[in-house]
Design a protein around this ligand. Structure first.
Ligand SMILES: Cc1cc2nc3c(=O)[nH]c(=O)nc-3n(C[C@H](O)[C@H](O)[C@H](O)COP(=O)(O)OP(=O)(O)OC[C@H]3O[C@@H](n4cnc5c(N)ncnc54)[C@H](O)[C@@H]3O)c2cc1C
Length: 378
């Protein structure tokens, strides 16, 4: 039986996991090689946002699922480095998992500051570690590599690590990042600051209660490094001043972010592997991060919902991922063109405004123009 985005069955009779509307013979034969999904033992690799959400959704269907994580967290908050900002697409996914989204919202921001421009926005700062903890409540997280020949399917939700899928067909664009959690005595809690460039950027995300995430990221082969770039941006200076306000560092971490996009991150699924089973990628492991804003949380959740919808058909899953995230491909084209020194059509303006709205930022025409100008200089 296949399910739509709300988890509702399509109503088609399915034999051995093959939706009856499939006609292509090789496709049907390959899908038929899978066990009926309800009897599959599934290993989820990665208890990040996609893995944790899928764990909850699959176990709520009574499915056999084990959750694997790396040996120990490398960050003070215990999860993969993230600034914890989300747009309006976040809440419906959390409600769908049976949780109250309001419980995780620690701050709301109505304004984004961008080099003196003040853009209306609706961005939420969430307690992401608490959300992940609640999504996987009651599970035993296994901190070992996944044993071979023990599962019928592995879901590679390992984010930037892409630890189980084979390497992507395209050139992987992975940004290195640095981020600090800072306490700032006299800074307003409602000001989010961003600076964007071509595959690089820096930010201040206010978490409320006079704390914030201050960070930056860039490509390692750009001749720059994230820490130096963050300081140059003026958002965090060498004395620990955050945008001119004296700050105290609470913790810090370095990490990475995949800006490759879903087209170049294929394959999204493989039918066989050294683990003796198919592997399906979900979330950042298959490139669902905006290369411009670095937004990946709601996209990882949207991708996990696509998995639930198409888990009996790898072709349909890849097609749905490519279609749903085609805006990421368009965004990549703009940045690639800019990186190659090409400039400038009205098209990026439209795409930038549309994509900003996904993140909850309502760029006006002149804002978008100013940002594109900034991208060129940053
Ligand atoms: C500095 C920084 C700031 C960011 N800020 C934002 C933001 O404000 N808003 C936003 O929307 N997005 C942000 N992102 C992006 C966002 O965090 C990710 O795109 C999103 O969390 C991806 O979700 P995921 O579930 O695919 O992967 P992740 O959430 O990264 O989870 C992957 C999990 O897999 C685990 N793992 C890795 N290797 C293995 C292995 N071999 N075996 C088992 N487990 C493994 C990791 O420990 C991790 O828990 C940021 C990213 C960075 C680096």
């Amino acid at each position: 039986m296949c399910y739509d985005d709300r988890g509702v069955s399509c109503g088609d009779a399915c034999i051995e996991g093959v939706p009856s509307h499939e006609t292509n013979l090789s496709r049907v034969l390959t899908i038929a090689a899978y066990k009926p999904l309800c009897r599959c033992a599934i290993a989820i690799a990665g208890a990040g946002i996609a893995g944790a959400w899928l764990y909850r959704m699959l176990t709520s269907q009574g499915r056999t699922v084990d959750l694997y994580e790396t040996e120990r967290p490398k960050t003070a908050c215990g999860i993969h480095s993230c600034a914890w900002g989300v747009g309006p697409g976040f809440s419906p996914r959390i409600e769908r998992a049976g949780l109250d989204h309001d419980r995780y919202i620690i701050n709301r921001v109505n304004r984004v500051f961008f080099r003196g421009r003040n853009v209306p926005a609706e961005i939420f700062l969430i307690d992401k570690p608490a959300l992940i903890r609640d999504l996987i409540e009651g599970s035993e997280v296994l901190r070992t590599p996944i044993p071979a020949h023990s599962y019928d399917r592995i879901l590679d939700c390992t984010g930037v690590a892409r630890a189980y899928l084979p390497p992507a067909i395209g050139t992987d664009k992975v940004c290195t990042t640095v981020q600090y959690r800072m306490k700032i005595a006299d800074a307003p809690d409602d000001q989010l600051h961003i600076r964007y460039g071509v595959f690089k950027g820096s930010w201040i995300f206010p978490l409320g209660n006079r704390t914030c995430h201050v960070g930056g990221g860039c490509l390692p082969d750009s001749g720059d490094n994230a820490r130096a770039m963050l300081q140059r941006s003026g958002l965090l200076d060498a004395d620990g001043q955050v945008n001119g306000h004296p700050g105290e560092r609470l913790c810090g971490c370095t990490s990475a972010l995949r800006l490759t996009g879903p087209v170049e991150s294929q394959p999204h699924t493989v039918p066989t592997s050294e683990y003796g089973c198919p592997i399906w990628g979900v979330g950042e492991s298959i490139g669902t991060v905006s290369p411009f804003t670095g937004e990946g949380i709601t996209n990882a959740l949207a991708c996990a919902a696509l998995y639930l919808c198409h888990e009996s058909d790898p072709w349909a899953y890849t097609a749905a991922v490519l279609d749903t995230f085609s805006w990421i491909t368009r965004e990549r084209k703009i940045l690639d063109a800019r990186a190659a020194g090409r400039w400038f059509t009205p098209f990026p303006l439209k795409a930038l405004r549309q994509n900003g709205r996904r993140m909850g930022i309502r760029f006006g025409f002149w804002d978008a123009l100013a940002i594109l100008h900034e991208v060129a200089r940053y």
